[in-house]
Design a protein. Structure first.
Length: 365
């Protein structure tokens, strides 16, 4: 209970009352000591905001502003500030006299007398419905945008999956067609009496098979855009050296796990087939023993491939009639924008190819 009226009607106080009454900001003054913190003063702006006149609210608890959706925890927090006489600010979903809910901000300020005793509290109110509405719209918009981003991401993901599946399918079909072509050529070769003609057809079938193997590796790979050079070369070298008697030539592979763009796969597959095939076919005649080394790794600005044998050397025999391999090798190296050098190793031959490939493109995860 207040010992004296909070608003004593002395001259100075009347001036203050008049000032508060005409303030454009809604103001309440409450008795901090009585249960329910009854209102002892309300200005005109409060009436305009809430629909309650000053007379109507006098002596009633400030909580007459609560509505069905008001958060009880927030009311308790304001009550605690009023009881303790501490400054406090919060936002409350309250209710107008006509039952319309609206958001207000409430700033509690304690009022002390000259002796420092708590006499009451003022509550400065402000209508923040527009701010809350804007906040709700922002949150709705954010949710909408998040949903939209998620939907688009899913669309892109499924488009990517479809594209990958399609590429796998294409590689699969290309490989099958090439394999079928090689089989047809081989079937024809077997029916020919002329050994020269048969050999030519067999060599064509081998080249087509090398291309088919490249496409097989491409469709089997998770990342269809990369050609796994290590797997391909290891498989190819193993297959080509099968033509030699066991133990005649040691195969030495030093191949880094590198990938190249799938667009280079066919040219590289053919190139490796020609260079390794030449070493197997020509370097070790008459049961000559030896070693075949294949190195693949990074070079400055790209990829380096070296195929080296310690066989008879390039000039040992006159080139076979109608030979085409070295021309094809030169054409493929040119297509790959690379550089080719032949080295006479005395004994043996080393073919070295350096070609530009973007360092990132060679990286396998
Ligand atoms: N590593 C090698 N060691 C020894 N001689 C080689 C080697 N590579 C190529 N030659 C020689 O160079 C010649 C030309 O090779 P090229 O690949 O052009 O023709 P080919 O292999 O004889 O026939 P094709 O490749 O058209 O089937 C070969 O006939 C062979 O005499
Ligand atoms: Mg050849």
């Amino acid at each position: 209970m207040l010992a004296e009226p909070l608003v004593a009607e002395s001259g100075r106080t009347l001036e203050f009352q008049a000032a508060f009454r005409s303030l454009s900001m809604p103001v309440l003054m409450v008795d901090a000591h009585r249960v329910g913190h009854p209102i002892v003063f309300a200005n005109d702006a409060f009436r305009r905001l809430t629909g309650y006149s000053g007379d109507e609210v006098m002596g009633r608890s400030w909580q007459l502003l609560r509505g069905p959706a008001t958060d009880p925890g927030t009311l308790d927090a304001v009550d605690a500030a009023l009881r303790l006489g501490t400054a406090f600010e919060t936002e409350i979903l309250s209710c107008r006299k006509d039952g319309v809910p609206f958001w207000i901000s409430v700033a509690v300020s304690p009022v002390h007398d000259e002796a420092g005793h708590l006499r009451g509290c003022t509550l400065l109110l402000s209508d923040i419905s527009a701010k809350k509405q804007a906040e709700r719209e922002r949150i709705d918009m954010e949710r909408h945008l998040e949903g939209e981003v998620e939907r688009r991401t899913q669309d892109l993901q499924s488009a990517l999956e479809q594209k990958t599946a399609l590429l796998h399918e294409v590689e699969h079909r290309v490989k099958n067609s090439l394999q079928m072509t090689a089989s047809i050529v081989l079937l024809k070769a077997r029916r020919l009496q002329n050994p020269e003609a048969r050999k030519v057809l067999q060599e064509i079938a081998e080249r087509v098979s090398a291309l088919s193997a490249a496409h097989r590796l491409l469709y089997a790979a998770g990342d269809v855009s990369r050609f796994n050079l290590k797997d391909f070369t290891t498989e190819l070298a193993g297959e080509l050296t099968l033509a030699l008697p066991k133990g005649q030539v040691d195969l030495d592979l030093d191949i880094q796990p590198l990938g190249v763009p799938a667009s280079k796969a066919a040219a590289l597959a053919l190139l490796l087939n020609e260079v390794i095939g030449n070493a197997v076919k020509h370097a070790f005649p008459d049961g000559r023993q030896g070693r075949l080394t294949i190195e693949i790794g990074r070079a400055e600005n790209g990829l380096k491939i070296a195929v080296e044998d310690n066989g008879v050397g390039l000039g040992h025999l006159p080139p076979s009639e109608g030979n085409f391999g070295k021309t094809l090798i030169a054409m493929l190296v040119q297509q790959l924008k690379g550089q080719l050098t032949w080295h006479d190793m005395e004994p043996g031959t080393r073919a070295e190819i350096v070609m530009p490939v973007d360092a990132e493109e060679m990286q396998f995860e």
